[in-house]
Design a protein around this ligand. Sequence first.
Ligand code: SAH
Length: 221
Amino acid sequence: MSGFTEQRQRMVDRYKRAGYIKSKRVEEAINAVPRELFMDKRYRDYAYHDQPFPIPGDGRQTISAPYMYPVTYEPLKLQPGQRFLEIGTGSGYGAAIARELVDSSGLVVTVEINPETYRFARENLTKAGYNDVEVILGDGTLGYPELAPYDAVSITASTPDIPPPIYQQMAQQSRLIAPVGNPGHYGQDLLLYERFGAESSKRKLMSVVYVPLIGKYGFPG
Ligand code: SAH
C-alpha cells in the first residue's frame, strides 16, 4: 500500500472531482492534517477510506467519513480570525481542520461528552501539533458560553433540533451546520442555518447518517 501522504493527496483529488472540495482553502486545510493520527490504532491503515470508523468511547463514537469535512466546512466559509464551535469532538480531526481554516488568529472550541473520547481527542491533537484548540469535556448541547459568540458552529451528531443555548451563542452574522433528525439508518437532514442579525435562513444540504447527540437538549442517553 502506498504511503499516507500519497493516499491523502489521492483522496483530495477524488473529493475535488466529486465536487466536495470546492475551494483552495479547504483543499489546503485537508491536505495539512494527517488523518491517520486521528484514527484508532486498529484502523489506521484505512485512514483514507471513504467511510466512518469507530473510535474509543462507549461504542457510539466514530471519526466521520472524510468527505463529511469538506461537505461541512465549504458552506461554513470559515475565515482566518473567526471563532468556531464544534459539538462532538470525536477524534479531534474536525477540530484540527477547523484550526487550519481559522488559523492561529482565530479560535477553535470543541466540546465532547464522553470522557474516554475526550482523552483520545486531546492526545491526537497534541500528537498532531494542535496545542491551541480548546477541548472541553462536557455537554455540548449547552454550547460553551464562556468563549461565545461564535461565527460558525458545527454539530457533528444527529440532533432532534438546534439546542436553544447554541442559538444564543451565535454571532449576529454567523452560520451553523447540523444533522437534524432521528438517529438511525434512515438518516438525518444536514441543515445549514445562516443568521443575519434578526433574520435567518435554513436549507438542506443533503441526507446523512450521524451518531446521536445526547445531553440536555439531545436524545435520551
Ligand atoms: N467531529 C468528530 C466526529 C464526531 S462523532 C470527528 O471529527 O472525529 C460524534 C461525537 O459527539 C461523539 O464523540 C459523541 O460522544 C459526541 N457527543 C454526543 N453527544 C454529545 C453532547 N451532548 N456534547 C458533546 N459531545 C457529544
